[in-house]
Design a protein around this ligand. Sequence first.
Ligand code: GDD
Ligand code: MG
Length: 341
Amino acid sequence: MKVIILAGGGGTRLFPLSRAGFPKQFLKLDGGMSLLALTVKRFLAVARPADIVVVTNKDYVHHVKAELAAAGASDAHVVLEPAARNTAPAIALAARYCLDELGAQPGEVLFVTPSDHIVRPVEVFGRSVRQAAELAAAGRIVTFGVKPDKPETGYGYIQAGAKLGAGFAVDSFKEKPDKATAEKYLAAGNYYWNSGMFAFTVGCLMDELKACQPDIYQLASRPFGEVLADFALMPDISIDYAVAEKSKKVAVIPFTGYWNDIGSWDAIYEVLDKDADGNAVKGDCLALDCSSSLLLGHSRLIAGIGLEDVLVVETDDVILVAKKGESQKVKDLVAELKARG
Ligand code: GDD
Ligand code: MG
C-alpha cells in the first residue's frame, strides 16, 4: 500500500491565521505538531516513510519538507505540482509517480488522505484503513464515511446501500449539496459525510478516470515526466466531482472514531483543551469573567472582560473578533477583503 497525502490546498476559512501562502495543513494548532505532521504520524502505524507520497504545490515545498522531518518521515516522497489543479489531477499525478518511480503494480492499493484534518484514535483509524484496503484490493473505490449530525453543505454525502465486506456498497455520492438536499439526506438516515479519504488500486483509479474523466486519464496515461510537464493542461476538478459522483464502484467504510476537518474557528474551539470556564486559551491572554470563548494570542497580550461565546484570533497584522457559531462567515469576510484589493 502507498499512502498519498494531499497537501496542496490553499483554504482561507481559518483567516487570519491561515492564508494562501500558509494554508491550514501547516498550522500548529496545539503549538506542537502541524496538521500535516500529525497526518504523517498517523500513517506511520500502517506504512513505512518510503511508502508515503506527499503531493503538494511547488510553493509549499519547504513547509512540507520541514513537516516531514518533524514527523520523523524525511524518507517520504514529495511530488511537486507546477500549478494548482485541485485533487483529481493531484491524485492522478501521484498515482503516475507510484507506477513509474516507485515500481507500483496496477494491483497495489493507494490510500489517499487530506493533510488538514484531526482523526483519532490511531488504533481505530488503523483498523479502518486495513478494512478499506481489503475492499480496495477487491476493485472498489472506497470512501470513509462519518455519521452526519447537521446538514453541513461543505461536505460530500454518501448514500449507503447493500452490506459489502466491513462496509457498504454506495448507491449515490453527492458532493456539496445545497442546504435543502443536505437536510433531506440527514433525515433519511442512510447517508454518511465523506471524510475526504479514499482507497483504490492504481489500476481501478485509472479505469475509473478513463470512464468518468477521460481528459485526466489521457494526460495521466503517459510517463510521469510528461504528465508533470503538461500538468497545467489538467482540468481544475476535485476527485469527488471527477470520480466519486460518477463511478459505479464506490463503497464506504463507516469510520467510528473522531473526525474533524476543522474548517472553521468554531471547529478549532471544539478540538482545543478548555479551562474550567470553557475557555480555550493560547498565547499571552488575561481573561476576567470570560466563558466559552476562544482566545488565541500571537504577539500581543489579549485582555478580555466578561466575554461569552466569543472567538478572538490575533496575528501580526489582523485581529479577528467573532461571535461563536458565526465563524463560517470568515469566507465572506475574506471575499470582502479581496474585493477591497
Ligand atoms: N496536492 C494538492 N493539490 N492538494 C490539494 C489541492 C491541489 O490542487 N487542492 C486541495 N488539496 C488538498 C487540501 O490541502 C486538503 O488536504 C485536501 O486536498 C482536500 O481538499 P479541500 O479543498 O480541503 O476539499 P474540501 O474540504 O472542500 O472537500 C473535501 O473534503 C471534505 C471533508 O473535509 C471533499 O472530499 C468532500 O467530499 C469532503 O466531505
Ligand atoms: Mg477540506
